[in-house]
Design a binder for this molecule. Sequence first.
Ligand code: BES
Ligand code: ZN
Ligand code: ZN
Length: 488
Amino acid sequence: MSVELGKPDRGSVPVHVVDRQTWPEVASRLPKADARWLQTLGFVGAPDSHALLPGADGQLAAVWAGVATASHPWALAALPKNLPVGAYHLAGEVCGGLVLEASAAAMSWELGAYRFDLYKAAKREPARLVLPGSKAAEHGLLLAAAIASTRDLVNTPAEHMGPAHLAEVAKLVARQHGATFKQTVGDKLLGAGFPAVHAVGRAAASDRAPRLIELHWGKPKHPRLSLIGKGVCFDTGGLDIKSADGMRQMKKDMGGAAHVLGLAQLVMALQLPVRLQVLIPAVENAIAGNAYRPGDVYKTRKGLHIEIGNTDAEGRVILCDALAYAAESQPALMIDMATLTGAARVALGPQLPALFCRDIGQARALVDRGLALHDPLWHMPLWAPYHGGIESEIADIVNTGAGPMGGAISAALFLEDFVPADQEWLHLDLYAWNSSSRPGRPVGGEAQSLRTLIAYLEDRFGAGTGSGNDMGSGIGQPAPGAARRARP
Ligand code: BES
Ligand code: ZN
Ligand code: ZN
């Protein structure tokens, strides 16, 4: 942890925070020599910029840091890896500087220090921030821990993050929060009614057998919440093999599973009054003599027959059984998350997960919430007239669309057929990856829309806690990085 809650150490360096708007006023109140020095460095309070202020003794006396706003979630993210190693604290309102919102301060610093260091040690340790303990600061650290564990799972190569590893991580998360864990593995999937999960995963090596991972938590009296995540630990494309370029990042095809585990950790740590069910169909989309084939038809859990138009459209195949199973217990809300289609990336690029939802008002409210939290997602339509494109000559539906257009919608419509009409449901087609680096968000695995979703869930199910980021809900035992400790 690079953020500690408590009293600053002696010798810890104050960090003064300003934004561009307040900087001129603040600068006018500073001792002349300090103002002149900061002017020499060109410091004007721009977001992600900082300046070091030496004391008369040549030691580091203070840091000035620019932020976009006092509650920006990435406010301090540029500092931990760029400030000299040592301890820092926030100076507060000296000379009219900004007082940062504690949750944003804690999260941005902690994630500013994030690095995937499983195989390569960091060249230097990050600077440390000591913050006064508060519910808000704890909330920020919880968010950071969930995001870091989501990233770690995505970043871990398929060799060390196969279906069995993913199950171990889920088991650890369950143990940490008193949830129950269950998995249905290999041929047992057939007897248990998950034939589509079995079909996709059956070509994998026996120690990487397909499985349905389940986690249950909460009290029976509370409303049910189902989280379903695509857990394709590696996507070769199957017999419809991907190109080398297309396959290169496919360790991240369990990004949906990583997200639901991250979200579940938050739901449980915040003790949301829900009865939580997490479902992860975990498979490797591999190539072998017993691989499922283009043209095959499988009867799914729901009874619908699906034709395989392309073995690379495997996500919707494994998810259809999991969605049907989740719907059987009629949850108040079902959310699935998946790195489902390249088409969603063509439409929205890497930063914007596509949100599909039958209730347009609800979708728009989520989009607004995401924008407000700087954790965006974008609404796309479940456009029923395109359903014809996924109808099959020999089965009920086929896992490819009529042509190359609207691929994210075809995939979402396929999933929709497994969700009863009156069932509330959100589907997120996401990238789970930063393709370029920003402060706090290095290239590699990323948690997307997690903060937006937990804020929504806190508002909806929490005991009247307001914005979700203002805390108030009892924070249970924080489980910082349960999954981080589950490294192979
Ligand atoms: N895992 C991929 C989708 C993907 C690719 C997500 C790249 C993020 C980045 C998925 O299983 C897939 O391959 N989908 C195909 C479907 C097609 C064959 C109908 C796609 O999107 O090309
Ligand atoms: Zn695929
Ligand atoms: Zn895939």
